[in-house]
Design a protein around this ligand. Structure first.
Ligand SMILES: CC(C)(COP(=O)(O)OP(=O)(O)OC[C@H]1O[C@@H](n2cnc3c(N)ncnc32)[C@H](O)[C@@H]1OP(=O)(O)O)[C@@H](O)C(=O)NCCC(=O)NCCS
Ligand SMILES: CC(=O)OP(=O)(O)O
Length: 325
């Protein structure tokens, strides 16, 4: 599905950490990714448990790196690095406790450059996957918050891929935060060769309805246009006006984005999370992500409802983010 992205990482040996290697979907994807020479997986967990799962499926994992947080030779170094990174927010004792958690452990592998990226969230809830990344990896200079985007792949082979965000992290972003999410989502679109035309969504199109939330989206649009004049950005727009040329002509004929939007920025997480799952389950779009935007190093989340193919695809994206630096 992501042929050009696969080609970019093939044979490069990028190391991706999998804290949920004891899950069949994750281990299955890790094995395929290694067999396809796309990444070098680092399996995290109890080696006996992972080997048992592999044997039950007739998989051979002799050549795999496995790190056990309860028996890791660099654990003391990792604890010291964590305490230093958290600068007074964690004692050594607390660090030792947290780093037995596989998501914290995997995130520290990325921070210490032992892994190039991490993929987690098939079992862990999003908050538990993302919190270590927010605390340890932190956001890139110039980005104040991380957000979660999905690449929405249509069921028809040559259909237009779309970006939906923020479907995963920020509960109710203010106008400034929403504007940043819009700009980061445009950059994510470019990573996938999707020409970004960004619509900030609402239940109103260019003032057709009014409320504080509509004002927030309209204000976010103005800020995003100022932050990134190089992108086509418009709002506030209803989904139908953003998506359908016919509706766009009727509702907002002057808009350059309406009717042809490729990046859909939801006003808050409830509509974003519900929206992507409706497109996925009713519209048969494949939802790849959530891809975490704006972090210093790549850590990717998954939905707990994911299948092996999702883990495979998200890992390809994560490795590409690592390549981009
Ligand atoms: C992401 C989330 C877990 C962070 O909330 P939290 O655990 O309460 O975290 P805190 O507010 O204590 O912040 C922890 C750290 O992350 C940072 N942080 C919080 N949100 C952030 C964001 N969006 N971007 C960057 N950093 C963020 C804080 O500044 C803090 O840093 P510090 O400890 O170095 O000072 C929370 O926003 C959340 O639960 N979001 C919804 C996740 C979800 O359930 N999604 C639905 C399924 S996809
Ligand atoms: C992204 C998402 O909704 O994750 P989960 O289904 O695991 O809550």
């Amino acid at each position: 599905m992501f042929t050009s992205l696969s080609q970019k990482i093939e044979g490069k040996g990028l190391k991706i950490a999998f804290p949920e290697a004891n899950d069949r979907r994750v281990l299955g994807a890790a094995i395929r990714l290694k067999t396809d020479n796309l990444v070098e997986p680092i399996l995290i967990g109890d080696p006996a448990e992972i080997k048992e799962l592999a044997e039950a499926n007739n998989w051979v994992i002799d050549q795999f790196i496995i790190y056990d947080p309860n028996n890791y030779e660099l654990f003391d170094e990792m604890v010291a690095s964590f305490v230093e990174r958290r600068k007074g927010k964690a004692t050594e004792e607390k660090a030792r406790e947290l780093l037995r958690d596989k998501a914290y452990f995997g995130t520290m592998l990325v921070h210490m450059d032992i892994a190039d990226g991490m993929v987690c969230g098939a079992v862990y809830a999003t908050g538990d996957t993302v919190r270590p990344a927010l605390q340890i990896i932190k956001t890139k200079p110039g980005v104040s918050r991380t957000s979660g985007a999905f690449i929405m792949v249509p069921p028809q082979r040559d259909g237009q891929k779309l970006v939906f965000s923020d479907c995963a992290i920020n509960i109710k972003p203010d106008a400034q935060a929403l504007a940043e999410i819009a700009v980061e989502s445009a950059k994510t679109a470019e990573l996938f060769d999707i020409e970004p035309r960004v619509a900030l969504l609402s239940f109103s199109s260019h003032g057709s309805a009014s409320s504080e939330d509509v004002d927030r989206v309209a204000e976010a649009t103005r800020i995003a246009q100022e932050l990134a004049p190089e992108y086509e950005i418009d709002g506030e727009l209803q989904f139908d006006a953003a998506y359908s040329e016919v509706v766009a002509k009727q509702k907002v004929p002057q808009s350059k984005v309406a009717g042809r939007a490729t990046v859909y920025v939801f006003p808050e997480i409830q509509s974003g999370n519900i929206g992507y799952k409706i497109a996925q389950r009713l519209g048969n779009y494949q939802a790849v992500g959530p891809i975490l935007q704006g972090l210093n190093k790549p850590v990717s989340d998954l939905s707990r409802g994911c299948v092996e193919e999702d883990v495979y695809n998200v890992t390809i994206i994560t490795a590409n983010q690592a390549l981009q630096g």
